[in-house]
Design a protein around this ligand. Structure first.
Ligand code: BGC
Length: 354
């Protein structure tokens, strides 16, 4: 009896299962039964071609730009060329061929990278110059800090401390348009002092690839050719300032001569605390990465972008956004660099944060 009930129960289960099994193929579905396929919009893909990751700032640029782009629901492919023009061009070509929607470029060489802009345009891809201008190209947009203002801030700070004396100018890389803009800013401020005969620029050189080693060699030469008769040093960034200060140190001149730099690199602000560097120019990188990400994604989507400035790159007036830099010395380190979280107090002042 028990087994009979079991067989009936089993038959029932089998019948229910059969009834539930839909044997019809998807093709047999009437159109109105077909599931609605929502076509997902492909995320915008941005290519980011960087010159180098050598200075500390570019690591921040890379990390913060990725975050900013992804925060806008887009994707970014990042490559860096170690200061090699040919490599930067071939990396950019690869990005272009991979089907990116827009290219953002930090050129190693302002002139050589015009070829990249041309190639991107042939593929229907717009190009934004990031931080550094691409010269003589049909560039679509340029977003940076006001680099001439960076130079002015350096010269104003140093001229206030040393209104008369022998100045050394350790420039940036001649291939980088920012190095030229910065120099223009420095000399606009120094010019009246020079004309009055108060300031003598006793040494003025570019620094190949902005490296500390080349800057140190320049500073060594400046010390040698002037017999150490130097009253102030303006270096184009903190990396070159570091090289220059090393040379001053080797000649027993460090901490006695005001030195200006740029970037608010950790080593730079630590030197400000220690007294071997006088000032730096802080450029809040997060503002740059956010601005570029927003504009890049909008342009890639074909949206209209507003801009208030134009910069001539030798070929056209390039629509531009120039963000304001901030002069930093020992007195406002706390309220700027540290307050923004660019570096922590502990990093700057050592353990204990003071
Ligand atoms: C940037 C600086 C940087 C330098 C060296 C310039 O174009 O504006 O912030 O220190 O390149 O990488």
């Amino acid at each position: 009896m028990k087994s009979m009930r079991m067989i009936v129960w089993l038959l029932g289960v089998i019948l229910v299962l059969l009834a539930c099994t839909d044997t019809s193929t998807p093709e047999s579905l009437k159109p109105e039964d077909k599931p609605v396929v929502v076509k997902e919009e492909e995320p915008v893909r941005i290519g980011f071609s960087m010159d180098t990751l050598q200075e500390e700032r570019w690591l921040k640029d890379r990390e913060l730009f990725k975050k900013a782009v992804e925060g806008l629901g887009a994707e970014v492919e990042i490559v860096a060329a170690n200061g090699d023009d040919a490599l930067q061009i071939s990396q950019a070509e690869t990005l272009i061929q991979s089907g990116i929607d827009l290219l953002v470029i930090v050129p190693h060489n302002a002139a050589a990278t015009a070829a990249i802009v041309h190639k991107a345009h042939l593929a229907g891809i717009q190009v934004i110059a990031y931080d550094r201008l691409v010269k003589n190209a049909e560039l679509d947009m340029y977003i940076s800090f006001d680099n001439e203002q960076v130079g002015k801030m350096q010269a104003e700070a140093i001229a206030e401390l040393v209104p008369k004396g022998n100045y050394v100018f350790i420039g940036g890389a001649i291939t980088d348009n920012n190095a030229h803009l910065l120099k223009e800013g420095v000399f606009k401020v120094l010019q009246p002092y020079i004309e009055r005969g108060d300031i003598h620029v006793v040494y003025d050189q570019w620094t190949k690839d902005w490296t500390p080693a080349n800057a140190q060699a320049n500073m060594d030469e400046a010390i040698r050719t002037t017999n150490g008769q130097i009253d102030a040093v303006i270096a184009a960034n903190d990396a070159t300032a570091g090289g220059a200060i090393q040379a001053l140190q080797n000649h027993g001149l460090a901490n006695r001569i005001p030195v200006a730099g740029q970037d608010a690199d950790l080593a730079g602000v630590q030197r400000i605390v220690a007294g071997s560097q006088t000032m730096t120019v802080y450029k809040p990188i997060h503002m740059l990465t956010q601005k570029v990400a927003e504009i890049a994604v909008a342009m890639a989507k074909g949206e209209t972008v507003t801009f208030h400035e134009q910069v001539n790159n030798g070929k056209k007036e390039v629509p531009s956004v120039l963000l304001p830099p901030i002069a930093v010395n020992r007195d406002n380190l706390e309220s700027t660099v540290i307050n923004d979280g660019f570096h922590t107090a502990e990093e700057v002042y050592g353990k204990g944060g003071e």
